[in-house]
Design a protein around this ligand. Structure first.
Ligand SMILES: Nc1ncnc2c1ncn2[C@@H]1O[C@H](COP(=O)(O)OP(=O)(O)OP(=O)(O)O)[C@@H](O)[C@H]1O
Ligand SMILES: [Mg+2]
Length: 286
């Protein structure tokens, strides 16, 4: 599903004395099958934007297309349309493990699936839950445990499995790796790449970690004060001055590359660790 926002604006408490303008003329296109990053300082509008994508927040002005859905035209009464949109655009909120509620891991993961597909047989539900657990690296043998007895990392996997079990074609995640240890982070990124499956599905990730987005995302958008101030490959974005103007950091490899440049060694890398190391090796071999 292609996502196109044109001059999308949104204000909380619109018209009230305490109106907050959270999005101001956002222009952004995310192609079907991209692994896309959204970065920006706190309060820059990232969460407000992503919640538009499955109509959790109804668009107020401008244009917003998600696949064939014209989200400016959707009204609250269009419940059936929202249901299908929400199956197709899966949303994983920050710290999703706080939303676990069922008595067993199985029931928690199956909950959304049963809501989207009430006619599935119990065998079909079990099969899909099993597959989702496999994708997030959970052993099916824990299905009857209480999700509350699991580790923090496992709980997060259960919560993500509860979204991907319905096989959304667009998976949106708000800070998916925050609070995980380095191994947990690496495993979660790997899992997201597995779900992305080389571009069969779209992944949209909000992150505060510049190293992570540089390493994992094909393109990124920089939000600042409710606007998209830069958008492109990590190399393009982290080479631009907008990133500094938006008050953001750059990946460590950018600092290293700058440091080397000041000392007369000019490299051209894409700022990923591999790209950076290869550029150094190439230099040394010369
Ligand atoms: N429910 C709400 N009611 C009123 N104002 C809100 C609400 N949610 C967010 N805002 C305001 O809208 C603006 C954008 O907030 P948003 O949560 O989209 O930012 P963010 O980029 O996701 O920030 P963070 O990195 O801290 O999660 C901020 O000024 C915020 O205070
Ligand atoms: Mg946010």
């Amino acid at each position: 599903m292609r996502i196109v926002a044109k001059n999308l604006s949104y204000s909380y408490s619109k018209g009230a004395k305490f109106q907050v303008d959270a999005l101001n003329n956002v222009n952004l296109t995310i192609e079907s099958g991209e692994f896309f990053g959204i970065i920006g300082r706190t309060g820059s509008g990232k969460s407000t934007f992503i919640q538009h994508l499955n109509a959790l927040i109804l668009a107020q002005s401008g244009e917003l297309f998600v696949g064939e859905y014209d989200l400016l035209k959707q009204k609250r009464k269009d419940k059936a349309k929202f249901k299908e949109l929400r199956r197709q655009v899966g949303m994983v909120f920050q710290y999703p493990e706080y939303q676990l509620f069922a008595e067993t891991v199985f029931d928690d993961i199956a909950f959304g699936l049963k809501n989207f597909y009430p006619k599935l047989t119990s065998e079909e539900v079990s099969e899909k839950v099993k597959r989702a657990m496999q994708t997030v690296g959970l052993d099916y043998s824990i299905k009857d445990k209480s999700p509350f007895d699991l580790s923090g990392g496992q709980k997060r996997r259960v919560a993500i499995a509860g979204v991907i079990v319905s096989e959304p074609s667009v998976l949106v995640l708000d800070e998916p790796v925050s609070g995980l240890d380095p191994k947990g982070k690496a495993e979660l990124w790997e899992m997201l790449h597995a779900y992305h499956d080389g571009g069969k599905r779209t992944i949209i990730v909000v992150s505060h970690d510049m190293n992570d987005v540089c390493e994992h995302c094909q393109r990124i958008a920089v939000f600042s004060k409710g606007e998209v101030v830069s958008c492109g490959t990590p190399k393009e974005v982290f080479s631009s001055s907008e990133i500094i103007n938006a008050g953001l950091d750059v990946p460590t490899t950018c600092y290293l590359q700058d440091y080397l440049k000041e000392n007369g060694i000019e490299l051209s890398s894409d700022f990923t660790i591999d790209g950076f190391c290869n550029a150094i090796l190439e230099k040394l071999n010369k």
